[in-house]
Design a protein around this ligand. Structure first.
Ligand code: 5AD
Ligand code: SF4
Length: 435
């Protein structure tokens, strides 16, 4: 057989780290002479870059695979990538005959070679975790969005009892300082104005005795780079130096995503989180002291095994105390192999549904209050993409709000605006008229 795929499509699910990996796989395939399939066109190769964090996300991968068979009975080459690939390895091939190759998040630099093997009838699997080497094997960055992702750290050693990440992404590894600075420069040359540093535990990044705060200060010296963000952080790694950087580095945006998961110390302990509700609140207070206008964000899980009404009330209380500018909340999902999956007191679905709804209402009211509190501010918008209406563009404020504005400015432009009205999920801005 001489079939060789010429076009590809990559679908990424789950977190921003997967989006980053998806971009890098696209660059790698392009370097091999393949082209991204146009919208609506069939692709010769489909890469599903999957997420394993909750059961629903993992199941999505298999339902998507089923839909790849074409009406005439043929199919594209199908690559299963990402965290489901890592978790299931060769088992995935047994589960679906549609899958031609399985590649884990630490092995995708081998994708072109594996595609060649698959095109000649092999069904390769690679879920090895060689320390960091994939980054060395990837091509230099040549294209970048106005806001570009840059993975600096991967993996997790915290072992929260509900979480699969330590198993799918391995132990904590930090990329070297010089590699990150070089990639950041390349992204800025390629058009990025903002860089979002990524890691499962990004604030645990360290190399040669230096931490994330020092890395941020170094990146802030790059001309043409206007904004720096980082996500996702763990409370245990929120150092004084990092908190201080928020008050001192202008390019570091006034936003922090710091998951708490629950407001109940009993549940936090069962989750093996190393913080209490109080110690978390203290960090948030120190953040506000360093940067009074900071937008605070977090993650929550409702219905962790054993969560009582009182425990859940404590979660609602912490939401009120922090007054989140935004937050993400999820129903607990038992993941195979995690300690929590075997715990007693699994919570019925209806209880989880009801708690999630109440939590999300509470979060939404704080989100709206935060957005309203910013109306009237003069600020900078990084224009990212066109809106629904002609002449409308969408950009991000420093507080990560999505802002609609009528303007002729193009993606990548920094626009001086006034925030004029607020909804729960987005804002409207007015471009300042030049005097
Ligand atoms: N069930 C539900 N939510 C989870 N998260 C992680 N593991 C689970 C799970 N088993 C949530 C946490 C984490 C976010 C990325 O996903 O809130 O911060
Ligand atoms: Fe999904 Fe977590 Fe893997 Fe990201 S790291 S892809 S959220 S399982």
């Amino acid at each position: 057989m001489t079939f060789s795929p010429k076009t590809f499509r990559i679908k990424s699910f789950g977190c921003q780290m997967n989006v980053y990996d998806g971009e890098r796989m696209a660059e790698l395939l392009a370097q091999q002479g393949m082209a991204a399939a146009a919208d609506g066109d069939d692709a010769d190769l489909v890469v599903l870059n999957t997420c394993h964090i909750r059961e629903k996300a993992a199941e999505k991968a298999y339902s998507d695979i089923g839909r790849l068979r074409r009406e005439d009975g043929t199919k594209p080459l199908v690559a299963l990538a990402g965290c489901v690939a890592q978790a299931e390895g060769a088992e995935a091939k047994a589960r679906s005959a549609m899958i031609d190759l399985v590649v884990g998040p630490q092995a995708y630099h081998r994708l072109p070679e594996m595609v060649r093997q698959a095109a000649t009838g092999g069904r390769p699997v690679d879920t090895d975790m060689p320390a960091i080497s994939k980054f060395d094997a990837l091509p230099k960055r040549r294209r970048a969005n106005p806001s570009a992702f840059l993975t600096v750290q991967e993996g997790c050693d915290k072992f929260c009892t509900y979480c699969v990440v330590p198993y799918t992404r391995g132990t904590e590894i930090s990329r070297p300082w010089a590699d990150i600075v070089e990639e950041a420069r390349a992204l800025v040359e390629a058009g990025a104005r903002e860089i979002v540093l990524l890691g499962q535990n990004v604030n645990a990044w360290k190399a040669d005795g230096r931490g994330l705060a020092e890395l941020i200060r170094e990146l802030a010296r790059i001309d043409g780079l206007e904004r720096i963000r980082y996500t996702t952080s763990h409370p245990a790694d929120m150092t004084e130096a990092l908190i201080a950087a928020h008050g001192e580095v202008d390019k570091l945006m006034p936003y922090l995503h710091l998951p708490v998961q629950s407001g109940s110390d009993r549940i936090l302990k069962a989750m093996n989180r190393s913080h209490s509700a109080q110690s978390y609140l203290k960090i948030m207070d120190r953040m506000r002291a360093a940067r009074p206008d900071i937008a605070l964000s977090g993650d929550f899980i409702v219905g962790f095994p054993g969560e009582s009404d009182e425990d859940f009330d404590a979660t609602l209380r912490i939401v009120d105390e922090v007054r989140y500018a935004s937050a993400y909340s999820f129903k607990y999902s038992a993941r195979p192999g995690t300690p929590a999956a075997a715990m007693e007191g699994q919570i019925p679905r209806e209880v989880m549904d009801e708690r999630l709804q109440r939590l999300q209402q509470r979060i939404a009211s704080h989100q709206l209050a935060f957005n309203r509190s910013t109306v009237g501010r003069d600020t900078q918008l990084l224009i990212e993409r066109p809106g629904k209406h002609p002449g409308q563009m969408i950009g991000r404020s420093p507080w990560l709000q999505s802002v609609h504005v009528e303007t002729g400015a193009q993606p990548g432009a920094m626009l001086h605006i006034t925030l004029v009205s607020a909804g729960p999920n987005s804002m409207a801005g007015a471009a300042a008229v030049a005097a």
